[in-house]
Structure formats: structure tokens, C-alpha cells
Design a protein around this ligand. Structure first.
Ligand code: SF4
Ligand code: SF4
Length: 401
């Protein structure tokens, strides 16, 4: 893993009509979207362990259109096997899920992924714990809590789901990779990055780290309205998409769903970063015509439909609760007397202006701190400790964070 490519000046997205989840329809569609990209053999080598990352947000049946359909997962896994690779299903479902193999297996079973794994003899990562790793190319987060099993593969193939998302407006190829953040750590990221644009930046950092070799999208039965969970409602689209560029894939998927990219924080931030996949005019689409597949704009989440203040605007209740959640789920950076040399590197690194070196010691304003830990990452003399205090210490003891 490592690096969201900026090299491909004209990202390619492949689209194919797929009328149902009948295995023959899905198989034909997956072959069709792969063909212009170079088939699976172009992305994996014989003998490689390849992480296969579906969107398995929660323990729900495939018909609810919340998770990657097992027929699509199976079609991709079959092609990985045919190319000589060994697929390993890697997924850390939603943040509310306890870190236990039993809870994980329940999600895999309900969503149909377990049956696919058994039928094809696939390995399934049954650990939902993470390793804190360096992410030097990250713009917002220099360290990430990544699912340990996802760090033990040679490469990654993502199989995401087209859905609306209450917080992010839309979830597709980029957001799917947030499922590589381990267990309940995801809740800490949400608490820390309450502003949708900050959160989107974090998602791009995660996508850059994960760098999937290939992303496919299950857009046969999508989800609209108050997604990405049970508040949404299934919406037939009838398509499968693929690309090496998750941003470009999301750009085209938004066209398919009639969602304005200017309302999608991930695409807004990707455009600010100059990622070519966010430039609809620069993305080349091959295969079936998106306009022919388009059946009208998706219903957006109510929160986004009514959002007249723009991203980053919060209700009074959110303003009260979010700092509490931040404090409850995340450690606090604490510069230490005796180690801090007042070099001010942390001050320069802090995206919130929450830290300043005064009288020979860096001091943190907790009310401004978003717990991104850039200061901790960049302190040249390891003078900043991360301390769990109060409710956070209790949550830590209960293995909730
Ligand atoms: S970067 Fe480290 S040493 Fe420099 S001021 Fe901050 S805490 Fe002190
Ligand atoms: S003080 Fe440190 S953890 Fe807090 S916002 Fe600034 S850089 Fe991030």
C-alpha cells in the first residue's frame, strides 16, 4: 500500500450494464468492465496474496443494498483466483461493531460474503484490530490505525457499493477504503474530524495509503436517501463499473446517480488536491453509455437536501456533543516539560492553530484540537505523549478505542 496516483493524466473508467445479480449477468459485466483495463492478470501476479475489500458496513441481507452483493464479490474473487492470486477478504465493518471474531463472522454471514469464501476456499481476515502506521503522504493524517490483516497482503482490490451517505452525501470507491481503518478506531476519526471537508480529506489520505490496484463498483441495486445504512432505500441502477482510480470511479458514479460533485466532499477535496479523477472532463469513460444507464437523480440524504449552510455548518446540538465525543474517544496530545525544546514544529504542523510554544514549552488548546496528531507525528524529539484521560481512559480500558 502507499500513494494515490497522480500520474494518470486521463483516468479510465469502464462501465457495463448489468440487469440483475444472476451470476451469468454479473460474470459478463465484470468481464466487460475489466477488458478495457487489461483483465485481472494486469493487476495481480501468480502467488500474490491480494486483499479483497468489499463494503460490508453491517450485518444485513444483500437485498437491502447496503453491502457489496456477494455475486459481485464472487465474480471478482473468481477472476483473482484465475489469475493465480490468493484473495483474502479484508474488512472492518462499521465503527459500532465490537472487536470480536464472532461479531465479524456475523457480518460476513449475513451479507453473503462468508458463503462466497467457503465456496471458493478464500481466506477471510478474522481480526478487527489495527496497527498504527505512518502515512507520510497524508495531507491531514500522518498516522493511521489500519486493519492489521490489510497490511499483510501484497496488494488490494476494492469492490465497493454505490450509495448515498448522510454525512458524505455519497459513498463509493474512496469511502469504501475507510473500512480498512480498524474496528472502533473509526469512531475516533469521526469524532476528531467532525467537519465533512476534514473527514473527506482524511478519506483521501486513507485512499492514498491503501492505493488499491483496482476498484470495482456494485451499482446494480444501489441505495438512495438516508444511506449508507438502513435509513436508505434500494434503487435499481443496473451497472457495474471499474477503474484503477477510485476518485475517477466516484466521479462517474455520481453522474450515474445524478449527484452534483460539488455536493460531495470527497470530490470537492480531491479537486482541490488537483487529482485528475475529480475532473469530470478529464476522465475517459468506456463501455456502455452513462447517459443511457441514467434513470434520474438519486434522492439525497435529508441532511444534505436541507443543508443550506454548506459543509462544516453544525447544529447547536452537534456543537455541544462533538467535543464531548472527541474527548471520549481520543487521546490528547501532551507536550512534556524536559523533552520539549520549543522548536515550534508542532505549531507549524497543526491544522487548527491549537498548539503554540510559549515559555519554552508547547501547549495545546483542547477546545481547538481535532486530534489529528500531526504534532505528535512531526515533533522531532518525541516530546508529545498521547494521553487517554477521563472518559477516554475508561473507553480505552473497555477496548472501545
Ligand atoms: S515539535 Fe516537539 S519539541 Fe518542538 S515545540 Fe512542539 S512539542 Fe516541543
Ligand atoms: S494540537 Fe496536535 S493533534 Fe491537536 S489539532 Fe493540532 S496538530 Fe492536531
Amino acid at each position: 500500500m502507499g500513494g494515490l496516483s497522480r500520474a494518470d493524466a486521463a483516468p479510465l473508467v469502464s462501465v457495463c450494464h448489468c440487469p440483475s445479480y444472476d451470476p451469468s449477468d454479473v460474470s459478463r459485466a465484470v468481464d466487460s468492465v475489466l477488458e478495457p483495463l487489461g483483465d485481472m492478470g494486469a493487476f495481480v501476479s501468480p502467488g500474490e496474496r491480494i486483499g479483497l475489500k468489499p463494503n460490508l458496513l453491517m450485518a444485513v441481507a444483500p437485498e437491502q443494498a447496503i453491502t457489496t452483493h456477494p455475486a459481485v464479490l464472487e465474480a471478482v474473487a473468481v477472476r483473482l483466483l484465475a489469475a493465480g492470486a490468493s484473495p483474502v477478504i479484508v474488512e472492518s465493518p462499521g465503527a459500532a461493531l465490537a472487536n470480536s471474531a464472532r461479531a465479524l463472522r456475523h457480518v460476513f454471514e449475513r451479507t453473503g460474503a462468508w458463503e462466497v469464501a467457503e465456496r471458493l476456499g478464500l481466506e477471510v481476515c478474522m481480526e478487527n484490530t489495527g496497527t498504527n502506521v505512518s502515512n507520510p503522504s497524508g495531507r491531514l493524517l500522518k498516522r493511521l490505525d489500519v486493519l492489521t490483516g490489510a497490511l499483510e497482503v501484497d496488494g488490494l482490490v476494492s469492490v465497493c457499493k454505490l450509495k448515498t451517505h448522510t454525512f458524505m452525501t455519497f459513498t463509493g470507491a474512496v469511502k469504501n477504503l475507510f473500512g480498512l481503518i480498524a474496528g472502533m478506531s473509526k469512531g475516533g476519526y469521526h469524532a476528531r474530524l467532525a467537519d465533512p471537508l476534514h473527514f473527506a480529506d482524511m478519506l483521501l489520505d486513507v485512499a492514498g495509503f491503501a492505493a488499491p490496484r483496482l476498484s470495482l463498483m456494485d451499482a446494480v441495486l444501489a441505495l438512495e436517501g438516508d444511506g449508507p445504512g438502513t435509513g436508505g432505500r434500494p434503487r435499481f441502477v443496473g451497472a457495474v463499473l471499474a477503474s484503477t482510480d477510485p476518485v475517477a470511479l466516484d466521479t462517474v458514479a455520481c453522474r450515474l446517480a445524478g449527484i452534483d460533485p460539488a455536493r460531495v466532499p470527497v470530490l470537492m477535496q480531491a479537486a482541490k488536491r488537483g487529482l485528475p479523477g475529480a475532473d469530470a472532463a478529464a476522465v475517459r469513460v468506456v463501455g456502455d453509455d452513462v447517459e443511457d444507464l441514467y434513470k434520474g437523480a438519486f434522492l439525497l440524504p435529508a441532511q444534505r437536501e436541507g443543508d443550506r449552510l454548506g459543509f462544516g455548518a453544525f447544529s447547536a446540538l452537534q456543537r455541544v456533543l462533538l467535543p464531548l465525543a472527541r474527548g471520549a474517544l481520543n487521546p490528547r496530545p501532551r507536550p512534556k516539560t524536559g523533552r520539549c525544546i520549543a522548536c515550534r514544529a508542532c505549531e507549524r504542523a497543526c491544522p487548527k492553530g491549537a498548539i503554540s510554544a510559549v515559555d519554552g514549552l508547547a501547549r495545546v488548546d483542547d477546545s481547538l484540537c481535532i486530534r489529528c496528531f500531526c504534532c505528535h507525528e512531526l515533533c522531532p524529539v518525541a516530546a508529545i505523549d498521547l494521553e487517554f484521560v477521563g472518559a477516554a481512559r475508561v473507553a480505552r480500558a473497555l477496548r472501545m478505542v
